[in-house]
Design a protein. Structure first.
Lengths: 478, 478
């Protein structure tokens, strides 16, 4: 339950009792340049990359440069009982950074340093505002890589991707963000600073708070430092595309590849709607009659990659692929990836609004899920293009619609409800990689039941009893 | 803070106000055969594999067969405010299962079924009382394996190893238990049942409760079902032993192997004390003058393994190994592993009491740690043999002593304090794989500070406000 004084403060703040003094205090703390209050600045921080979400202007945006400043900001938030929304680049797809209860948007973009690359222990320690790609650029000369690769890798920050536990195309073989976060420094809701985890590969000292903070979407603490695990970069890769006239054949191919103990770095699928849309957009000669295209990349040591690529090609043939293209050069590889990379932009240009979901099912249930998505599209008379990470069961059904069309949006909302219902029925989960945020908070009880939700709420209230940190997200009240 | 009624209940129980009625209720629930109260039974459940720990007789031991019975046991524990200690085989090394406040020992050994092997999704779902090795035996025909391999793999249960987050010899390449637990069913302290995680490779739906329960040592909930990730078993392996007259040479070898992007499945070290003790015990021709022996095993696809084995051999030579033995047959492989397998039993027979620690440091700090251990042994006039998982920085300094010798035990306790002090100073952690339990609870603040400890305590009290679940462990009050 929200404590009553929080509401009081909220009402006071609405009436501007609080906004002026907190802004004065923030300016005293950070200097005028780091306290943004113009309407333009507030609008820019009122939304994120998520479609079909309410937006709200924050009272103020702050851009601190140090952890010590963040501690003081948290103390001010406590003093004025004003919420804080920590934010990187705002590329998330769950409404995870929307300042729905007004208050302070805390931009981490000035804390963007690489603090250490420890090649011997295979770790890097960075500040949360660092863009993911910059970490990979910095460790590449050591022959190392940081595997998590959300689509927004060139704009999203490390802090944002840790808070959301980003996935990406390499999840099947390499796992997701949580598998690479070894240690964190976190400012708690009361302004205390804790360090959890560290540089040791093995660590069972107390509760695994590191993994609890990863994916907690800024609702349990503010991440101020990240120690990430690196791995040796693969020396070689082989990419191929296989075209199928039948969804089941594609599904059997996925099953047989993994059944033959080949774990590709990426194993992506595009369905017919996506194929037709991409072809219409790009004119790259995709087979518009195909029911599914699989894009498969194996990587590692050259000898192994060549052997695995052969196995994969054979499995595609055996399962009746109509066409298999194996890239022989880097240029050909880029060509094959064009279709996948164009999937979202191509779908997004068809209609004004793109509702991108990430319902996820056990790998073996992918054909059932794709068939169910087709039926849902038909039932609600909607266009749904589906693409995504078939290898790990993480699909992206993408509804092409128009937020202005109230009647259609009603059908969209019903379709989304049904997508999650089916995913859960198939043993899946609400979100494979986008997170819960505001977008899926209402579905959470479907997956966890009242008891499970209560466990999450108890943890939230134990660590942030006044709901100051990113309210309205996951179990936070908006 | 403990609520006052808990103390009241405790005092009442001491005076046997409570013991009789709870036993009657338990017999009603489970039948006489599943409620053990003889002195022999109580003694058998009063300790675990940890040396130098207090032991305490529980009031009663129960051996339920179903989750529903466990829910009812928890309700009784609430009714009588009596603690519950969930227990598998009791092989842990942290005092994690000692019924220090009396109450109910809940043995999970009757819940020992494999519920499902899902080869297509690479998962297995099991009950917590299943012995780890039995899972591996069952999945081997599918060409799969469950990688976590604590030394006690043939006796420890899945539930115990999940609760303690066991490590083992394959941690460097394959990770530890937490990396393989995808979903759990848990009975909470209030008797509610929650299911967290599931079979999807990607899952970011709400807080990662699965990882929070793994390693929580039975203090946050009672695990009643486990969904584990399986991986294709490696088809080939190559094992070698390298002998070094100088610790730094061995350390440089470890650094160079990983620097050359070879990640062995196991990379173990034995120090001079351990080598001499094993040789004295086994007479297998170990070089008793050597400062360190490295045991290295690479596994995977045959072509790669052969290539990696060559690289490792060359690195050992380059770093001045006095002798390198490469196993050519399975029998030779077993021969090489004899020394490592004999390390603990050999050390354990020297003196009546074996204090086995698992302080862990970043890999690059292993030489510093081993040197510090030598100095500590000298300073306190103790025999410390060190062996362990050099590849992941997880060492096992083993103090050979006698619990009856009060004066020596005082020196042992000071030495242990200093071992943890050094490990933390080197950027390490209190426990790499044994857990905190009772044994290291007093050191927890050294690693996390007051603020970090407070975060753990808040989570504990949010989920188990009456400290009914395994009190006295981690942040629980004993």
């Amino acid at each position: 339950m929200l404590p009553p004084f929080w509401f009081l403060s909220y009402l006071e703040r609405e009436g501007s009792f609080v906004v002026k003094p907190i802004i004065d205090d923030l300016i005293k703390l950070l200097g005028k340049d780091n306290v943004l209050t113009t309407r333009e600045d507030l609008i820019c921080h009122s939304f994120d990359a998520t479609a079909d979400m309410p937006s709200e202007l924050p009272d103020v945006v702050v851009t601190p440069h140090t952890k010590e400043q963040i501690v003081e900001i948290v103390k001010l938030a406590n003093k004025y009982m004003t919420p804080i929304y920590t934010r990187g680049s705002g590329t998330n797809l769950s409404g995870g950074t929307i300042p729905i209860n007004k208050g302070i948007v805390l931009s981490m973009l000035n804390l963007n340093k690489i603090l250490e690359i420890d090649a011997e222990n295979l770790t890097a320690t960075v500040q949360p505002g660092l863009v993911i790609q910059r970490l990979n650029d910095a460790v590449a000369p050591y022959g190392l890589m940081y595997p998590p690769d959300p689509g927004t890798v060139t704009t999203a920050t490390m802090g944002g991707s840790v808070a959301e536990c980003s996935g990406g195309l390499r999840g099947l073989k390499y796992g997701v963000t949580k598998h690479y976060i070894m240690g964190l420094e976190v400012v708690m809701a009361d302004g205390s600073v804790v360090r959890v985890g560290g540089k040791t590969v093995k660590n069972v000292t107390g509760y695994d708070l590191t993994k609890l903070f990863v994916g907690s979407e800024g609702t349990l603490g503010i991440i101020t430092e990240i120690t990430a695990k690196l791995i040796p970069a693969p020396e070689y890769r082989k990419t191929m595309m296989a075209v199928f006239s039948d969804l089941d054949k594609a599904a059997n191919t996925i099953r047989d590849i993994i059944g033959n103990k080949v774990i590709p770095a990426t194993l992506e699928i595009l369905d017919n709607v996506t194929i037709r849309t991409v072809e219409n957009f790009m004119k790259i000669g995709l087979p518009v009659q195909a029911e599914a295209i699989l894009l498969i990349e194996v990587d590692g040591i050259k000898e192994v990659v060549l052997k695995e690529a052969e196995i994969v090609e054979e499995i595609c043939k055996k399962n009746g692929a109509d066409e298999i293209k194996v890239a022989q050069t880097d240029a050909e590889r880029d060509g094959l990836w064009t279709a996948r990379r164009a999937a979202l932009p191509a779908l997004a240009q068809v209609k004004p609004t793109t509702v991108l979901e990430d319902a996820t099912v056990p790998r073996s249930k992918i054909p059932d899920m794709i068939k169910a998505l087709r039926e849902i599209a038909k039932k609600y008379n909607l266009t749904i293009g589906t693409f995504g990470h078939a290898g790990d069961g993480n699909l992206h059904p993408t509804i092409l619609t128009n937020a202005e069309d109230k009647e259609e949006m009603e059908r969209v909302h019903k379709a989304v409800d049904e997508i999650f219902e089916v995913a859960l029925k198939l043993g899946g989960t609400l979100s494979g990689e986008h997170g819960i945020g505001m977008a899926k908070a209402k579905y959470l009880e479907w997956e966890f039941g009242k008891a499970g939700l209560e466990v999450m709420r108890k943890i939230k209230e134990a660590l942030d009893p006044n709901y100051l940190l990113n309210p309205g997200k996951i179990v936070g009240r908006g």
